[in-house]
Design a protein around this ligand. Structure first.
Ligand SMILES: Cc1cc2nc3c(=O)[nH]c(=O)nc-3n(C[C@H](O)[C@H](O)[C@H](O)COP(=O)(O)OP(=O)(O)OC[C@H]3O[C@@H](n4cnc5c(N)ncnc54)[C@H](O)[C@@H]3O)c2cc1C
Length: 411
């Protein structure tokens, strides 16, 4: 591992890869420092039966403007432009169409109230937009937790509204994680290098890690917020404004469980089923995602956090039981575990994507602000409008690289 570089990029997820790619292409010596033995971070594709299966990000959100669509096409990948399961009617088996219409109306009214609340002077939580006693509050709460990763009561209405998604969502057959990791091809990377301290007390930065110290003129820090918030000794001297900003942007939790499904052809592709309709503690299941013989279960916030305590088997048991309630107990025999990753238990993530606590929207800007012209910050949580997404992370990485290039010019 080199002991010296000009720019240390800390964290090899979408943001760090974007920053290191931009700097390397501009001829600036830089080293991408990553704790794991793989790149991509919360973008993580595994391969089963010839399919790329995304255990982290899977959707190219805001696809018409998402830079990863062009990147994936240049890499020769196959973009799947079909409508997501959540854009199609759910299976009627446990959710009659009349109820679905009722639910859709309740959901639209909830989002309208949320928009109005977000305009007010004082920021409130997304829970303030629930209509007391509405029969769909449980399911709406579940969907809010899938989107934000947080329980509605903790999520800032203003931040939620700031999100600039365009409702065009595509996938890439080889996996989103595959695309993102491939952007790093040819970069200088130090893997399995856990940064323990960033000492900015001297004329050069000293990045201390489990594999020794790397000196650098500048650094771009892209660590997830829950890591920044928990490590108030990460910077020397300490940067309490960064730790506080990160604490205002906690990582929500979303976990994806993949099951194999025998005789899957019985179902249409991308068929959506909710495990329950009356509780936020339910997974949303996509049967035959991209026509594959799988079921993808999406678990939000509280439900995922509780199940993580029991490990992967707890998710399998929960999902199999919910699906058996919908399709009958014989259905269990057709299901087996394909794969999953526990994102809260992962020490290099500690969660899935950031939301702002009520009143803490400005933390995104505070977190993103450079320090002394030599410490720069990127990562999904630094994005004001595209936070929580891989392309948002990528764009913040590019922005931080541009800041470094401008700082270099100034000398
Ligand atoms: C289940 C799930 C589903 C998702 N679905 C979508 C989706 O469909 N679409 C979408 O756009 N986004 C989605 N996301 C969010 C998206 O994956 C993230 O917003 C994005 O990948 C974050 O990129 P990042 O570079 O900011 O952070 P990360 O990817 O977390 O990168 C940070 C890197 O820092 C490394 N690191 C941590 N600690 C240290 C240390 N001490 N020293 C060195 N390195 C360290 C980590 O290993 C990691 O590689 C999903 C995420 C999850 C978990």
């Amino acid at each position: 591992m080199p002991s010296d570089t000009e720019v240390a990029v800390i964290g090899g997820g979408a943001a760090g890869i974007a920053a290191a790619r931009r700097l390397t292409d501009a001829g600036v010596p830089c080293l991408l420092i990553e704790a794991r033995n793989r790149l991509g971070g919360r973008a993580y594709t595994v391969h089963h039966d010839g399919h790329g299966v995304d255990l982290g990000c899977g959707w190219l959100h805001s696809a018409e403007t998402n830079p990863f669509v062009h990147i994936a096409e240049q890499q020769g990948r196959r973009i799947d432009r079909s409508t997501p399961a959540w854009g199609r009617p759910a299976l009627e088996r446990n959710f009659p169409l009349a109820d679905q219409r009722d639910y859709q109306q309740a959901m639209a009214a909830y989002f309208e109230r949320l928009s109005e609340l977000a305009e007010r002077d004082v920021d409130v939580s997304c829970a303030a937009a629930f209509e007391p006693g509405n029969r769909w509050n449980g399911l709406i709460g579940a969907v809010v937790s899938y989107i934000s990763g947080g329980d509605a009561v903790r999520v800032s209405a203003r931040d939620f509204e700031n999100y600039a998604g365009t409702d065009v969502n595509w996938r890439v057959a080889e996996g989103y994680g595959t695309v993102i990791a491939a952007v790093a091809d040819g970069l200088d990377v130090a893997r399995e290098t856990v940064v323990e301290r960033i000492d900015h007390s001297g004329t050069r930065l000293r990045i201390e890690s489990n594999r020794g110290t790397i000196e650098a003129a500048r650094a771009i820090v892209t660590l997830p917020t829950d890591i920044l918030a928990a490590r108030d000794d990460l910077f020397l001297p300490a940067l309490p404004q960064k730790a506080e900003a990160a604490a205002g942007l906690p990582l929500g939790l979303a976990d994806k469980l993949y099951l194999r499904l025998e005789n899957a052809e019985e179902f249409g592709r991308d068929t959506r089923v909710f495990g329950r309709l009356d509780s936020k503690d339910t997974a949303s299941y996509t049967i035959r995602p991209q026509s594959r013989p799988h079921i993808e279960g999406y678990f939000g916030n509280g439900c995922a956090a509780e199940l993580e305590m029991g490990g992967v088997q707890a998710f399998v048991d929960f999902a199999v039981s919910q699906l058996a309630d919908v399709f009958g107990s014989d259905f269990k025999k057709r299901l087996s575990l394909l794969d999953m990753h526990l994102w809260a238990a992962d020490p290099f993530a500690r969660g899935s994507y950031s939301f702002a606590l009520p009143g803490r929207v400005d933390c995104r800007q505070t977190l993103a602000a450079p320090v002394d012209g030599r410490l720069f910050f990127a990562g999904e949580a630094c994005s004001k409008l595209d936070f929580s997404t891989a392309h948002g992370a990528y764009l913040t990485g590019l922005a931080a690289a541009e800041q470094v290039l401008a700082a270099r010019k100034r000398g």
